[in-house]
Design a protein around this ligand. Structure first.
Ligand SMILES: Nc1ncnc2c1ncn2[C@@H]1O[C@H](COP(=O)(O)OP(=O)(O)OP(=O)(O)O)[C@@H](O)[C@H]1O
Ligand SMILES: [Mg+2]
Length: 248
């Protein structure tokens, strides 16, 4: 089987500056990959290249062998690449369940969705997602009443409800308490296998809990790749982090 996600020598160019400089990365089917790197390393920009938010000046992006390089963002999403941003975009005046239902039938207009009764298979999937994200007891609550952590889980649920093959998560535990961070790790571990996941994360406790293979970026380039224990010992990685806080 081809890689779920294959990035080859991609470059993001802002004027003379290369925020991502000829980066290659291959994520296999069902893998959970952590992307690590100090501030400004180019991690978010790499996700921007993959999801089509910005164009690749060079290089190639493939999903299960299909080239999606420089496609429009919505086409890349339709090709099975789902992305969660740091700021949640839930419908605050809808219930938690309704938010996931709307995400599930995203091809319809939201207006239509509100009156639409989902087919039984989709309703079951919505229940699965509520269970997966631990929101089943809050299903009928308005999204506006959720805590910060719950709102993040809802948005993750809305993403997963669309059945993306490749899931890109940019700092999913930002602003979370330790308890919320652990729960997020549990949710993400359960997504592995059904989805191929790339997660940008700074919290090393979280990284140790979930990581199989870590890819480390520094100044736009990949400087190391391997299991957590190997990465933590890597002298180049340690040097790249000198002076930065809270990592390694
Ligand atoms: N649109 C842009 N125009 C010019 N420079 C940009 C643009 N977007 C990002 N950059 C620069 O590219 C570099 C990489 O930024 P990026 O946001 O990808 O880093 P990051 O690894 O996600 O960092 P952080 O951990 O702080 O989120 C930074 O120096 C940033 O200032
Ligand atoms: Mg970033």
């Amino acid at each position: 089987m081809p890689s779920a996600l294959r990035v080859e020598n991609v470059t993001a160019q802002f004027g003379a500056f290369k925020a991502v400089d000829s980066v290659s990365l291959s994520v296999s089917d069902g893998e959970l990959r952590v992307l690590l790197g100090a501030n400004g390393a180019g991690k978010t920009t790499l996700m921007d290249l993959i999801s089509g938010r910005i164009p690749c000046a060079e290089g190639d992006v493939q999903v299960y062998g299909r080239t999606i390089t420089n496609w429009q963002e919505h086409r890349i999403a339709s090709a099975g690449v789902g992305r969660k941003f740091q700021i949640p975009s839930v419908f605050r005046n809808l219930s938690v369940r309704k938010n996931i239902e709307v995400a599930r039938c995203h091809s319809q207009s939201v207006f239509k969705n509100l009156r639409f009764r989902l087919p039984a298979a989709d309703r079951r999937r919505v229940d699965d997602v509520l269970e997966l994200t631990g929101l089943q007891d809050s299903a009928e609550q308005l999204a506006a009443h959720l805590s910060h952590g719950e709102t993040q889980w809802l948005e993750l649920g809305m993403l997963v409800a669309q059945d993306p093959k490749v899931v890109l998560l940019d700092e999913p535990t930002a602003g979370m308490t330790q308890g919320e961070t652990s729960k997020t790790a549990e949710i993400i571990k359960r997504l592995r296998g059904d989805h191929s996941i790339v997660v940008i994360e700074h919290d090393m406790g979280f990284v140790r809990e979930i990581a199989e293979v870590i890819t480390v970026m520094h100044l736009g380039k990949v400087i190391a790749e391997g299991p957590v224990e190997q990465i933590e010992k890597d002298p180049e990685v340690r040097a790249a982090y000198l002076g930065s806080t809270g990592i390694l």
